[in-house]
Design a protein around this ligand. Structure first.
Ligand code: GLY
Ligand code: MN
Ligand code: MN
Length: 435
């Protein structure tokens, strides 16, 4: 686990950004039923984890800039009977001893303590509209505090959305967070290589998915940071294909978009490779275009550049490739101008990466794309998706879907590619598939 001092640093930075006489309230999402009375396995909300390192459900973090107790944690109290059924709990003692809370209370006390904690502050940082249980509690407490105004108790003056400050912090990763992301990427690389070896005609996408999951966990990861995509043949042209229930076929490509979550941070890596270990001529031509666009985009990733500029470079290279392949006619400028390239490349090239696969943080400031800064982490994931029933295109290109996705840390000099452990050139991929 990340050291408690890392979470303490996160809290301190957030409180600094909140300004004086402020309180922040961040609560866990509810546990979700999958079907009947069976629950999904619980994943703490990233904001709460970022501030506390506390992974149990039923937790509330309250940060207060004034007073002797800046960090209050509300948790499920210890309960030997429930713990036999649902697992161990830290309880209020553990919240203080292991998670550095200045004070901790059982959830039963949330309402009454919170009323005091938020009274008379100027700003209540709370993400209204995301969790009806907390929304109701906050709104009721505001009403209750209004009743006390004659006694000198008042509700907060302002409710402020915490995301704009908190997510700005999450956008820039510390050395400790980068170390965790590096590890997540290393574990992901191992799984992708194992998948390249395991894939062959007749093997099901589901077996490949299971192998990836097994590999992630066997080496210390939590599991996939998002549902793995394993798409053989034309399934690769469905961007978020997660059914993963078809057999791989000789002569097809398979696209795997899978990232291991490690200590609450996830990698997000995509590779596309031939099921039988050798690219066909048509597949290779498509692949080299996507790879060229990605390599150019990676080469330009450095402080000052924007995600829009990276995307534009990929669109340029991919559109030129589409014309070369006979997918489009005319000039690159014309096809970018009329947007027809989007028939074969319809998504953006990059997103933030961190605790969430599509990590938080604004992409633009005052409507203008923001320049990259050291410590930001992005993916670069161009692709080419040719539908199986696309008309008026060369027959051999139909049903080819390719995406190549790497994870980059922006550094002072340029970038650090976290995904270099996964084969990427045609030669490297064929060697890995055939090993
Ligand atoms: N795996 C989702 C994405 O690449 O954005
Ligand atoms: Mn991605
Ligand atoms: Mn991905």
């Amino acid at each position: 686990m990340l050291k408690p001092s890392v979470f303490a640093k996160h809290r301190a930075a957030f409180m600094e950004a909140m300004g004086p006489n402020s309180v922040a309230l961040v609560g866990s999402p509810p546990e979700l039923l999958r079907n009947g009375d069976a629950s999904y396995s619980y994943r703490q909300c990233s904001d709460l984890y970022y501030l506390s390192g506390f992974a149990e459900p039923g937790a509330t973090v309250v940060l207060r800039t004034e007073g002797d107790s800046p960090y209050t944690l509300f948790v499920r109290s210890k309960d030997p009977e429930r713990e036999i059924w649902d697992g161990r709990r830290s309880g209020v003692e553990g919240a203080i001893a292991d998670y550095g809370a200045s004070q901790a209370f059982s959830n039963k006390e949330l309402r009454s303590k919170l009323r005091t904690l938020i009274s008379n502050v100027d700003n209540l940082y709370y993400e209204l509209g995301s969790n009806p249980v907390y929304d109701k509690l906050v709104i009721e407490l505001l009403g209750e505090l209004r009743q006390g105004e004659r006694r000198g108790v008042r509700p907060p003056l302002r409710i402020v959305d915490p995301r704009f400050t908190l997510h700005e912090l999450r956008l820039r990763k510390s050395e400790e967070e980068l170390a965790v992301l590096r590890k997540a990427s290393e574990l992901t690389a191992v799984a992708h290589i194992e998948a390249m070896r395991a894939a062959s005609s007749g093997v099901s996408e589901s077996e490949i998915e299971a192998g990836i999951d097994f590999s992630f966990r066997r080496h210390g990861g939590t599991g996939p940071g998002y549902t793995s995509i394993v798409g053989g043949g034309a399934n690769a042209t469905i961007l978020h294909y997660i059914e993963n229930n078809q057999e791989l076929s000789d002569g097809d490509l398979v696209l795997i978009d899978a990232g291991c979550e490690y200590q609450f941070y996830t990698a997000d890596i995509t590779r596309t490779f031939p099921v039988n270990g050798t690219f066909s001529d048509a597949q290779k031509r498509c692949y080299e275009i996507v790879l060229d666009s990605q390599e150019q985009a990676i080469a330009m990733t450095k402080p000052g550049v924007t995600i829009d500029e990276i995307h534009d470079r990929c669109v340029q290279v991919l559109t030129a490739g589409m014309i070369e392949l006979g997918l489009l006619e005319g000039t690159v400028a014309e096809r970018i101008e009329d947007g027809s390239y989007k028939k074969f490349y319809m998504h953006r090239t990059s997103h933030w990466l961190g605790m969430d696969v599509h990590d938080v943080g604004p992409y633009s400031v005052d409507g203008v794309a923001r320049p990259l800064e050291p410590g930001m982490v992005i993916t670069v994931e161009p692709g080419l998706y040719i539908s199986a029933d696309a008309e008026n295109i060369p027959e051999e290109l139909r049903g080819i879907g390719i995406r190549i996705e790497d994870d980059l840390v922006v550094t002072a000099e340029g970038n650090e590619n976290l995904s270099t452990g996964v084969p990427k050139t045609v030669r490297e991929i064929e060697a890995a598939c055939q090993s």
